[in-house]
Design a protein around this ligand. Structure first.
Ligand code: SF4
Length: 885
């Protein structure tokens, strides 16, 4: 009998419920959980492809010491002994943990407890520092606590939704679909998108404000002044529940409307319209994400937004409030346990002696960290300069994702002792581990995660444990026992850890702290197994009918009042004559973080198969960059080579490059090598979206595209980008120098035996060369080369990997580089769920489909997760406009 398990998606902070089904033959499939209140059955393209990412290819299945397989005992002994010795010799601050928003809350809890309560240092930080720490800092300044006041439902109930620094359509797709559906039901709802780039999210915007990078503070300070001038302040709310209004207004008064226009670069009419909309609309939700957080002024941006909601009393009521959208599946859980170096545990403050005493008493720990630890950027700098001598990295890949990534790699190389716990053996980070520990992956591990709306959901195991892999919490507890803390870490199940975490949240609380899930303190294994998704707070013995915070005040500063924070816009143009472009980094629709999981799915790789730079057409022209040519991006920190995507969605002077590609999938595309270690002074969050860079065309002698059955072994090319394909791999190539013997190059790259001769075509005049190697009816590899970007039908070429080639005509068609008339090329994949390409959509429009819905009916495209609906709309509108000309 097939077995179905309710679990949670491991990607973004929307926290969608997933039903995973394992058939009798072991086949796994997933669908959205119709009962989960985050997604009501929806999944985006990434969530839908989860079953394609759980194979054991590349997994580490046994512990390794120095690259050699070891027993768990030997590995754990080594970790405990090295950490203990380092602490004895150099003190507790000479060791550190760098953990992750991918960890489950139970893993996070044990890591934090060990570091802060038993090692006695706060040197535990997390990749969530790169994601939302500015929101945490902004919340704490304004509310006295790290509280997200609202619910997802508020986006559907609002009359005005502002999305600032958030490409919701690609980064939180299911929430975007909820918003789009609500807007379709209530066309009077208004959506404003604030982003220097016209992203897919702007597809549903009534107003797109393409502000200059990092000018959000000016925009919202100006809005604050406008609200005051137009009598839109909720005087009662401000008087009863806030302090600091007068000082904040005084500071805001120094910023005129003209100043805002000048800083943001917005047209007057657009700015007036935005301010008018906000002023006139009671039900306003302002969502913000990495475009706000990943900035040297991230915390001020957050407070500038919060100021406007506090001033109007639009907070904590249905359809109203500021809303921080977290990027990672469990960044919120990490915040709850205190996984950041400047937090303690259960939303208690490291700087509060009372809180420290309370936590130490609860843990019965020998010590408690007395001061904040090193935040991510500082932490890796301390590794680099030798202050940190033993480092344990869990479930994250900082050699790709940290700013100044090459310096991070150098620091790991120099560190005397590096432990990495991960699921994959060959990541850019794992290769620097002295001890490599095999962790459980999604589907194997069990615990809880918290979504952006404070909803705690179970991730449940439904797969057998592979090899000797073990849960992260187990690894930590075993090391803690070996360091002499056996009693405090006597956990045998994640349920026991969750029960303790819940008990700590309620310990000596009485409503003084926002995070209280005391109703689950002491939960037993059976109850934990069937735990349904719930929103915090859930205190013990007290009904809390209201799921939102702050409609009637009740803030967590000692006087119960919120604080207005006077913030000042600062100049943020970092460009110079040498580095005249502003680099913005971010995510794409179908990849996640550093591609260690989504990179396994051919379907997800079909949407965008290589790293790219979005450039404005006039910038491209001036640089001599041709569409689909290659562009070099350079900063003082590093250099990347990526495909040029020339589009007027991009602002002039700006370049967008995704953050996903790493050394496993591309020659030179770790974009965080270009990002300097510049951080927000309060939150310590790196400024990953405003980097001064130079851009230039890469002079290419020959472009190439290849498909191969086997993974290419060594790639000798100036540019390459590798992606999984059905039946094998696809490869984009470019060479700056001529290659003498293409046949020999292919043999080396694709490991083709000398006994197999290629079928080939070469045209000296045009420089086109095509070679294909067959083993019987199977295609082993084919390569298409040209002086210009190769125009071969890629989806068709990839499909040849799984096609039979016994028929000679098929072989010649492949070398001709053209699908036969009976096999039209579907074009680049737009809809990943149903594998629908751009050419199919264009054909459907020419056949009479004049809307996204009509295309959906004809091809199914856009009818599952809906993540591609914006792109489909663009294609439909483009075709209709072209036909009208
Ligand atoms: S929106 Fe997509 S990636 Fe995010 S939790 Fe839902 S299914 Fe997963």
């Amino acid at each position: 009998m097939p077995v179905e398990t309710k679990t949670t998606c491991p990607y973004c902070g929307v926290g969608c419920g997933v039903v995973a089904r394992v058939d009798e033959d072991g086949a796994v499939s997933v669908k959205g959980d119709p009962d989960h209140p985050s997604n009501y059955g929806r999944l985006c393209s990434k969530g839908s492809a989860l079953a394609e990412t759980i194979d054991l290819d590349g997994r580490i299945l046994h512990p390794e010491i120095g690259g050699r397989q070891s027993t768990w005992d030997a590995a754990l002994d080594r970790v405990a002994e090295k950490f203990a010795k380092t602490i004895v010799e150099h003190g507790p601050d000479s060791v550190a943990f760098y953990v992750s928003g991918q960890l489950l809350t139970e893993d996070y809890y044990v890591a934090n407890k060990l570091m802060k309560g038993f090692i006695g240092s706060a040197n535990i930080d997390t990749n969530s520092r790169l994601c939302m720490s500015s929101s945490v800092a902004g919340h704490r300044r304004a509310f006295g606590s790290d509280t997200v006041p609202g619910n997802y439902e508020d986006l559907e109930l609002a009359d005005l939704v502002i999305l600032t620094g958030s490409n919701l359509a690609w980064c939180h797709p299911v929430l975007y679909q909820r918003l789009a559906a609500a807007k379709a039901r209530r066309p009077g709802m208004r959506v404003v998108v604030i982003d220097p780039r016209r992203t897919m999210t702007a597809d549903i915007a009534d107003l797109h404000l393409a502000i200059r990078p990092d000018t959000d503070v000016a925009l919202f300070v100006g809005l604050f002044s406008h609200l005051v001038s137009n009598n839109a302040i909720d005087q009662n709310y401000v008087a009863a529940h806030t302090s600091g209004f007068a000082e904040t207004f005084l500071a805001a008064s120094a910023v005129s409307f003209a100043d805002v226009l000048e800083q943001t670069g917005l047209p007057t009419m657009q700015l007036r319209e935005f301010y008018r909309l906000f002023t006139a609309t009671e039900k306003v939700v302002t969502c913000y994400s990495q475009g706000v957080n990943q900035s040297s002024s991230g915390t001020d941006k957050v407070n500038a937004i919060l100021n406007c909601h506090l001033a109007t009393g639009r907070i904590g009521r249905p359809g109203m409030g500021p809303f921080s959208l977290t990027g990672q599946p469990n960044a919120m859980g990490g915040r709850e346990v205190g996984g950041l170096a400047n937090m303690l545990a259960a939303h208690m403050a490291l700087e509060s002696e009372e809180d420290r005493d309370r936590v130490q008493h609860f843990w019965q720990s020998p010590v408690i960290a007395g001061k904040p630890g090193l935040k991510a950027v500082d932490l890796f700098q301390a590794v680099g300069d030798g202050r940190i001598k033993a480092l344990w990295i869990m479930a994250t890949n900082p050699v790709v994702s940290m700013p100044d990534a090459d310096a991070v790699e150098a620091a790991l190389k120099a560190c005397p002792f590096v432990v990495v716990s991960d699921v994959l053996k060959d990541t850019d980070t794992a290769r620097h581990a002295h001890v490599l520990l095999p962790s459980l992956g999604w589907g194997e591990k069990s615990g809880t995660v918290t979504s952006s709306e404070r909803r705690i959901s179970r991730q449940r195991a439904f797969l057998d444990v592979p090899g000797a892999a073990r849960a992260d919490w187990w690894q930590l507890a075993e090391v803690a026992r070996r360091m002499g803390f056996a009693e405090a870490f006597a956990f045998d199940t994640p349920a026991q850890i969750f029960a303790e975490h819940a008990a700590l949240s309620a310990f000596d609380n009485d409503g003084r702290r926002d995070f209280d899930i005391g109703a689950h303190a002491g939960i037993d294994r059976q109850a934990y197994d069937v735990l349904s998704p719930f929103q915090w707070p859930q205190p013990a013995g007290r009904d809390r009918a209201e799921s939102r915070f702050f409609a009637k005040g009740g803030f967590y500063h000692p006087d119960g009042k919120a604080r207005f924070v006077a913030v000042e816009p600062v100049a943020c143009d970092r460009t110079s004559a040498a580095y005249p472009f502003t680099l913005n980094t971010g995510r794409i629709r179908d990849q996640w973080h550093t591609m260690t999981r989504t990179g396994k799915s051919a379907r997800l790789s079909a949407h965008i198969a290589e790293p790219f730079a979005e450039l404005h057409p006039r910038d491209a022209l001036e640089l001599g960059v041709v569409p689909a040519g290659l562009v070099e991006i350079e900063s003082p920190g590093g250099r990347a080579v990526v495909r040029a995507l020339v589009t007027d969605r991009q602002a002039r002077g700006s370049v967008f490059v995704p953050m996903h590609w790493n050394d496993q999938f591309a020659a030179k595309a770790r974009i965080d090598t270009l990002v300097p270690p510049l951080t927000d002074r309060i939150s310590g969050q790196p400024a990953s979206k405003n980097v001064a860079v130079a851009a230039r065309a890469l002079k290419v002698a020959c472009y190439g595209f290849a498909v191969s059955l086997a993974k290419p072994e060594s790639l000798d090319a100036a540019y390459w980008a590798l992606a999984k394909a059905d039946g094998g791999w696809r490869l984009e190539l470019a060479f700056t120098d001529a290659v003498e013997d293409w046949s020999a190059w292919c043999r080396r790259t694709f490991v083709i035996p000398d006994t197999i001769d290629p079928l080939g075509y070469a045209d000296q005049r045009t420089g086109e060369t095509r070679l294909a190697f067959f083993d019987g009816p199977r295609l082993l590899a084919a390569v298409f080369l040209a002086r210009e970007p190769v125009a071969v039908a890629r989806t068709w070429a990839v499909a040849q990997l799984t096609a039979e080639h016994a028929d000679l005509r098929k072989r010649f068609a492949l070398v001709a580089g053209r699908p036969g008339a009976d096999k039209p090329d579907p074009g680049a994949t737009v809809c990943s769920c149903f594998g629908v390409g751009v050419n199919q959509i264009v054909a459907a429009v020419h056949g009479g489909c004049r809307s996204v819905e009509a295309v959906g009916k004809a091809l199914n495209a856009g009818t599952n997760c809906g993540s591609c609906r914006g792109e489909i709309r663009g294609i439909v509108e483009g075709c209709l406009a072209a036909a009208a000309e």
